[in-house]
Design a protein around this ligand. Structure first.
Ligand code: UD1
Length: 336
């Protein structure tokens, strides 16, 4: 079975390619490498000892994309490609709409034309907006607070309309909570270009001396220690969630269904920092500062639907996430 993976060189895409190859799927990935590197592809091969096909392709360029579709018959698409920085999306909304929306429409049109009827879409818990009813269930009201989030919500809507109009599709939407960690080999992990926005990459910048101090946004939230609570999930668990979603798509189900992928447990910023310090025997210089606008106090998933329908449960602990993130970061530092 051959799976087409858009954005397959990115953080979650690359770990999913590893899992797909390990489980015997044939993989073709394409990426525009705007926020990833071609080196990742050789790391995927090194980890798995298997080959995969790779194309450099911008999904906005429909002609180039069609060439990828003509190369092989794909049984499913896993769609990761997209810009994902919240702050950048606020500053450059049209760039986000052009890339994430037009690119996705091109891809879906080609899926229809070439009869790629199983689609797994990489969505985000960002589609729950500022909801305060925790844990979040898939049927919670959806809303967005920034253009990046809006692209995720619009793409979910496009897929819903497609599933209604074309009965041959089996579409699985995966709403990720906070993916961190790295492959245990230390060969692939999160490696954003420029200044990162998210907590773990920022923490790693402090550890390796690229930043002096980690700003902890808010110490006065109504949470046990006053800092923000999130549902962190190890990226290799997340990758496994995509395999479960693929199996579901091939199980005879048609239409569209959405699932939360998280651990179902809230972890505070300070808890994450303390765990990181303990398992890696390092000290993190941090300072509690004002809240970041747009952040909520708590965000964690109800994971019962993914467990009962997909048979998916995240297994790795916060300790594993901290250890693996650190290993990847140090390995990269040492290679410089
Ligand atoms: C953020 C995005 C979300 C997106 C997700 C993708 C915002 C407001 N939300 O989620 O839309 O889907 O990334 O991965 O940008 N924190 C610090 N110091 C930092 C960075 C973060 O204290 O330097 C805190 C935050 O306040 C939060 C927690 O760490 O409590 C996690 O933050 P982050 O990793 O940015 O993820 P989210 O805000 O949950």
């Amino acid at each position: 079975m051959r799976i087409l993976v858009s954005g397959g060189a990115g953080f979650i895409g690359s770990h999913t390619c590893v899992e797909l190859l390990n489980q015997g799927y044939d993989v073709t990935l394409f990426d525009d490498f705007s926020n990833s590197s071609e080196e990742v592809v050789s790391k995927i091969k090194e980890i798995t000892g298997k080959d995969l096909k790779c194309f450099k392709c911008d999904m906005k360029d429909k002609k180039a994309l069609e060439k990828v579709f003509k190369k092989d018959k794909y049984d499913a698409l896993i769609h990761f490609a997209g810009y994902k920085a919240v702050g950048e999306s606020v500053a450059k909304p049209l760039m986000y709409y052009e890339n994430n929306l037009f690119g996705s429409v091109n891809l879906f049109e080609l899926c229809k034309k070439y009869e790629v009827n199983k689609i797994i879409f990489s969505s985000s818990a960002t589609v729950y907006g500022l909801s305060e009813n925790m844990p979040l269930k898939e049927d919670a009201p959806l809303s967005v607070t920034n253009p990046y989030g809006r692209t995720k919500l619009i793409i979910e809507g496009i897929l819903e309309d497609m599933a209604k109009a074309e009965k041959q599709f089996s579409i699985v939407v995966l709403r990720y909570f906070n993916p961190i960690g790295a492959h245990e080999s230390g060969l692939i992990g999160e490696d954003p270009n420029g200044i990162p926005n998210n907590l773990m990459p920022r923490l790693l910048d402090v550890v390796r001396g690229k930043a002096g101090c980690l700003m902890v946004y808010g110490g006065d939230y109504p949470t046990p220690d006053g800092t923000g609570v999130r549902d962190y999930i190890h990226v290799t668990d997340l990758a496994e969630g995509h395999i479960c979603a693929l199996r579901y798509a091939f199980s005879g189900f048609t239409g569209i269904d959405a699932f939360n992928l998280g651990c179902g447990r809230g972890v505070s910023v300070l808890e994450l920092i303390n765990t990181f310090e303990k398992v890696n025997n390092v000290k993190i210089n941090y300072k509690i500062v004002d809240r970041r606008p747009g952040d909520v106090a708590e965000n964690y998933a109800d994971v019962s639907k993914a467990k009962s329908i997909l048979g998916f449960t995240a297994e790795k602990t916060v300790e594993d996430m901290c250890r693996d993130s650190y290993r990847f970061c140090m390995k990269k530092e040492n290679m410089k």
